[in-house]
Write a protein that binds this ligand. Structure first.
Ligand SMILES: C[S@@+](CC[C@H](N)C(=O)[O-])C[C@H]1O[C@@H](n2cnc3c(N)ncnc32)[C@H](O)[C@@H]1O
Length: 226
């Protein structure tokens, strides 16, 4: 169990209410793509993607506009409905399946070429490692799992708790416990970037980036031919 998990008693209802309140009250209705996702997916041939905790859907919309077939899930019905509306407005509704889904209760069906978990943080109990392991297992051969967490707290973040120390990319990889010969780590880094908040303010923030590939099922060279 990692630092982001808890066994404290709580209910799915309160998690849902918290995120509903967040999306109903948020002024940020932008559909910006997260930079590490854009950088990672831009060179890829579009396939099937799963966006875990998609929020208002900037990443799902960006992927769909580039030809990906996207499943986007979030516990907040408001966030999901906002994404559906944007998808209709942008003419990519047929490329996005947006579903209200509590990932604490189960993992979406399907196999994916890309699974993205961007800032998949919540103040409520969630076996995050369990969800991210399920994500690795849902990858098609050659598929990528991209996990990007906050490595620092932006001034506009909903979470200003000084006692929260997000796990490093290496700690997340260790917690996942995946066989590195079948799910090699392609990237484990903590890049800095200049970020813009909902009211246009800016700050330097750190991202914790972990990129894992599923090589399970890929053909390997016969011994002695490498
Ligand atoms: C910090 S936000 C990140 C949103 C989005 N990925 C982004 O980069 O802006 C975390 C997201 O996870 C969602 N979430 C939290 N707990 C969840 C759960 N149990 N199942 C599905 N989504 C959840 C929240 O509703 C929220 O949209």
């Amino acid at each position: 169990m990692d630092a982001s998990e808890s066994t404290t008693e709580n209910t799915a209802d309160s998690a849902q209410q918290f995120w509903e309140r967040h999306y109903r009250s948020t002024r940020d209705r932008s559909t910006r793509v997260n930079p590490v996702l854009a950088e990672t997916a831009a060179p890829l041939i579009p396939g099937t993607a799963l966006d875990l905790g998609c929020g208002a859907g900037g990443d799902a919309l960006w992927l769909a506009r580039r030809g990906w077939q996207v499943t986007a899930v979030d516990i907040s019905g408001t966030a999901v409905e906002r994404l559906r509306e944007h998808a209709r407005d942008l003419g990519v509704a047929e490329r996005i399946t947006a579903e209200q889904h509590d990932l604490a209760a189960g993992f979406p069906a399907g196999r994916f070429d890309l699974v993205s978990a961007q800032y998949f943080h919540t103040p409520f109990p969630l076996l995050r490692t369990h969800v991210l392991r399920a994500a690795a297992l849902a990858l098609r051969p050659g598929g990528l799992l991209l996990i990007v967490d906050h490595g620092s707290t932006a001034p506009w973040s909903w979470n200003q708790d000084p006692d929260v120390h997000p796990p490093t990319p290496e700690e997340i990889a260790t917690d996942l416990g995946l066989d590195p010969t079948r799910w090699p780590v392609l990237r484990a880094e903590t890049p800095h970037r200049r970020a813009t908040g909902p009211s246009g303010e800016t700050a330097t923030v750190v991202d914790n980036v972990l990129l894992i590939q599923s090589t399970a099922g890929l053909l390997r060279p016969a011994p002695g031919t490498e």
